[in-house]
Ligand binder design. Structure first.
Ligand code: SER
Length: 313
């Protein structure tokens, strides 16, 4: 029986993964960890154990690993790209020292680890179209720097200490359960909330800004699938390119308008624009598709329809 720890359990991915994994493995076997417990978690019966802790607290993490006899960690606690530019020191500490704490525990207690990288690992000198799996990684954000260093750290722990760590370079993730916070692709989530609530949105990137994106059910499927794949299939131990949809802000607006014709989007690009412009427009994930059978389900139309339906409910 697996005992699973999810750090960042309160975040955009963690809050969905905790329910999904609890359904598979038993809610009592999935332990959430975050800096705080939100009210809706306390009220939800399907959430088992929950610990309030900072991932930089290595001794505290060790105590939790021992107490619950943890065999798998989904280490999701992280600061995102826009926050990273405002708090570079904290981003370095949380994103890298937090990861190293988890990898050290994985080495000591033989724990399987999932860790998310991002399209932010790429930078202005990477090819922007069909960005290959292996290419130049010279990001110009602190978030991107922590992702590249983190990928190398994961690869090192796999080859040197046999730690079974697996990773995905997530595109921007779009979901209706929990809002992201402090990211550059957040506009593509906020726009849905505001379209439903106010029929108006002020977008912080230009209309033509095109970025790789994915609907959360696909991201959860990819995360569970890579962790369940047999070890010999996981040939990339830095992080796999992962891709589903790519659209510009104005294409997303047009798609939403098919459902809400009165919806108006105005554009006021700010500091997020430079971050978005440094990232790929779409990435080549054929290696993930070949190695462990990755396939996405949602295109822009299907995602938009489902998002609006769920948010209206
Ligand atoms: N969604 C993240 C961000 O925008 C990228 O991984 O920061």
């Amino acid at each position: 029986m697996k005992r699973i720890l999810i750090t960042g359990a309160n975040g955009q991915i963690g809050s969905e993964l905790i329910t999904e994994l609890g359904g598979w493995h038993g809610h009592e076997n999935v332990i959430g960890l975050d800096l705080q417990v939100p009210r809706h978690f306390i009220q939800r019966k399907e959430v088992g154990n929950y610990e309030i802790m900072n991932v930089m607290d290595k001794i505290g993490l060790q105590e939790i690993v021992e107490r619950y006899d943890i065999s798998v960690i989904y280490h999701l606690a992280s600061l995102l790209s826009a926050t990273g530019e405002m708090k570079p020191d904290l981003t370095w500490d949380v994103n890298l020292n937090g990861l190293k704490n988890v990898l050290d525990l994985a080495k000591k207690y033989d724990i399987q680890v999932f860790w998310p990288s991002s399209i932010a690992a790429f930078g202005p000198s990477s090819p922007r179209m069909n960005t290959p799996q292996a290419t130049v990684l010279e990001p110009n954000t602190m978030y991107g720097v922590t992702k590249v260093a983190g990928e190398l750290l994961c690869n090192y722990y796999f080859h040197k200490f046999n730690v079974d760590v697996r990773s995905l370079r997530y595109p921007g993730l779009i979901s209706y359960k929990t809002l992201p916070g402090g990211g550059t692709t957040d506009y593509a989530v906020e726009i849905f909330y505001e379209a439903v609530r106010n029929k108006r949105y002020t977008c912080f990137v230009k209309p033509g800004t095109r970025l790789p994106m994915m609907y959360m059910p696909d991201a959860i499927k990819a995360t569970v699938d890579i962790m369940d794949a047999s070890s010999h299939k996981i040939k990339v131990r830095t992080s796999y390119n992962l891709s589903a949809i790519s659209f510009s802000a104005e294409e997303l607006v047009a798609e939403i308008k098919k459902h809400i014709p009165e919806f108006v989007c105005v554009y006021e690009p700010d500091f997020h624009q430079a971050i978005a412009d440094s990232w790929p427009q779409n990435i080549d994930d054929s290696i993930a598709r070949r190695d462990w059978g990755w396939e996405h389900d949602y295109n822009l139309a299907a995602m938009t329809e489902d998002m609006l339906k769920k948010l209206k409910n």
